[in-house]
Design a protein around this ligand. Structure first.
Ligand code: MN
Length: 321
């Protein structure tokens, strides 16, 4: 339920400047919800500063407002901060340095693993994406959705529902999308930009990663490996999580699909976890200090690549018996 306190906080006259941020490893829902949030606040007459630790992946550069995102860590004055799509405050990475303890912190999120870190917390684990929640805020505050806001919100819904395919997709997701289409957005153009603008090198590298496929004897856990030598040559690969992990989850009989990314030479492995139905990959990610949703989660583990893969696959296999 949308807390009334939150609406009052957003309307407050004394809140002139808002800081808005979302999680590191930017993707469609993080960007969509923070940029739409900025649009909403501006419509309410507020000044908005959007901060992210990371640069946005190339395929999202078409999103309206993305050029205004700041990445510096200088001390700034603001009245209230809003974090969207973050299960924990640590998810904004270095932007934590820009946050001020004496200012109100608002947490708007849909991760079941959310730690309620804000002064005001609005967490809806049943929402398909943070963008759905920001959409409800527009409606609750009676603010009209402009075409630019609609592009951002639609992008977030696409990202987190796997283009309306995942279990998270609800009638509500479709109703919201229908309403956003009324603003004249070009859904084909958005799809082309996000999913069909890969470089030749990336597609060839995808082939190598798909070639790394391994599966447990019972066929229930499938995993793919993206080694550091590939990422170093082509850093955009690390952003192609969904396109890659799709091939592991698409195998008949697979219950848990994993993608291991050796993101740093200093032996750090980023893991993306996906369930095809019964397995709870939020709990699985938790074992390794990560989290997210029941069907999709992530974790970052320090250790030697092979060891990390072995440990995580073993734990996953135990959970699909
Ligand atoms: Mn999300």
């Amino acid at each position: 339920m949308l807390p009334k306190k939150l609406l009052a906080e957003l309307r407050k006259k004394s809140h002139k400047t808002f800081l808005v941020s979302a999680h590191i490893h930017l993707e469609g829902d993080a960007l969509g919800s923070e940029l739409a949030m900025a649009g909403l606040l501006k419509a309410l007459g507020k000044k908005v500063l959007v901060f992210n630790e990371d640069e946005a992946p190339n395929e999202y550069l078409f999103m309206p407002g993305i050029e205004s995102i700041r990445h510096d860590l200088s001390r700034i004055d603001y009245d209230a901060a809003i974090l969207v799509d973050c299960s924990d405050i640590s998810r904004i990475g270095k932007i934590q340095k820009v946050l001020r303890k004496d200012k109100v912190l608002i947490n708007i999120d849909h991760h079941i693993s959310n730690t309620a870190f804000g002064d005001i917390n609005w967490v809806e684990p049943d929402a398909s994406c943070a963008c759905e929640m920001v959409y409800s805020l527009f409606k609750a505050l009676g603010v009209g959705i402009k075409k630019d806001d609609a592009i951002c919100l639609y992008t977030g819904i696409l990202a987190d529902t796997g283009s309306f395919k995942y279990k998270t997709t609800t009638g509500q997701s479709h109703l919201i999308a229908a309403d956003l289409l009324r603003q004249g957005i070009d859904v084909y153009d958005i799809n082309r930009r996000i999913y069909e603008s890969m470089s030749i090198a990336t597609v060839k590298d995808l082939g190598k990663i798909i070639g790394s496929l391994e599966v447990t004897k019972d066929g229930k856990v499938a995993w793919l490996s993206m080694r550091n030598n590939l990422i170093r040559k082509n850093p955009t690969l690390a952003d192609e999580t969904d396109a890659i992990i799709h091939f592991a989850r698409a195998i008949a009989g697979v219950e848990v699909a994993l993608l291991f990314k050796e993101t740093q030479a200093n032996r750090e492995v980023r893991i993306n976890l996906r369930s095809t139905g019964t397995a709870d990959v939020n709990k699985l990610a938790h074992v390794f200090g990560g989290g997210g949703h029941r069907m999709a989660s992530g974790a970052t583990v320090r250790g030697i690549f092979r060891d990390v893969v072995k440990k995580v696959v073993l734990e996953a296999a135990k959970r699909v018996l």
